[in-house]
Design a protein around this ligand. Structure first.
Ligand code: SF4
Ligand code: SF4
Length: 229
């Protein structure tokens, strides 16, 4: 039996539409990508995932997307088997026509949330936004967490509060992802940066999960963003 709740995709998109930062962050990161595209819009770097009902909605209203095949990245075609095996059952992998053809109105949830995911503590509280650590050296936003707008954070939290109230499976998948984040930062002997839903920025100890509030300028920058800002 399918326990997936009905989510109003259009309404969810409209409530989650604020830009991540006031500046166009794609212009900040693209010059550092050999393909000269924003990393999160480059299929060689990130494969978007959508809920099945989101995919049904997108197919009805736009030709922007197609089901990911694995051969879209010309310089490095992938064997789809591995990534498909890692994809949760309630999601489908997609590819868009590329940033030059982006239709802002029809960006998937995974475009809107990038580079963040809802961070869930080990005692099952959704406390804020953590970032996809795999993109530390490519995503400009990760090196500029203080630039994330309050509107974006508010919309992110409100939309996922709604989704989690309806959909336990989705909450569980982010609880697992958050656990993986703690394992990654623990192995690195680093604390995990968190945009807390209360508006503050915190560093979270991956072992004790104690949080300490910090100023944005205390946070680490990565790769090409270390010096240049
Ligand atoms: S979210 Fe990160 S990777 Fe995507 S366009 Fe902005 S800076 Fe680039
Ligand atoms: S739909 Fe737009 S924002 Fe999303 S991956 Fe494609 S180009 Fe980027």
């Amino acid at each position: 039996m399918d326990f997936t709740p009905r989510i109003n995709i259009r309404q969810t998109y409209d409530r989650f539409d604020a830009p991540v930062t006031a500046v166009d962050c794609g212009r900040m990161c693209a010059p550092h990508n050999p393909d000269n595209k924003p990393f999160c819009c480059d299929i060689c770097e990130a494969v978007p995932a959508a809920y099945h009902q989101e995919w049904a909605y997108l197919q009805e209203y736009t030709d922007l997307w197609h089901a990911w095949r694995g051969d879209e990245c010309v310089r490095n075609p992938e064997d789809p088997a591995e990534l498909l095996a890692e994809t949760p059952e309630h999601m489908v992998l997609l590819a868009c026509q590329g940033p030059e053809h982006c239709q802002r109105n029809y960006r998937a949830m995974s475009c809107r949330q990038f580079p963040f995911f809802p961070y869930v503590t080990s005692d099952y509280r959704f406390v804020g936004l953590a970032y996809a650590w795999q993109f530390e050296f490519s995503c400009w936003v990760i090196s500029h967490l203080g630039a994330v707008t309050e509107a974006y954070r508010r919309e992110f939290v409100a939309v996922y509060d709604e989704i989690f109230a309806l959909w336990q499976e989705e909450f569980e998948s982010y609880a697992i992802c958050s656990e993986e984040a703690r394992e990654y930062f623990a192995a690195q002997k680093r604390r995990l940066p968190l945009l807390h839903r209360n508006g503050g920025i915190y560093l979270v100890s991956p072992a004790s999960e104690r949080m300490r509030r910090v100023r944005p300028e205390q946070l680490r920058r990565f790769g090409p963003y270390r010096e240049s800002g």
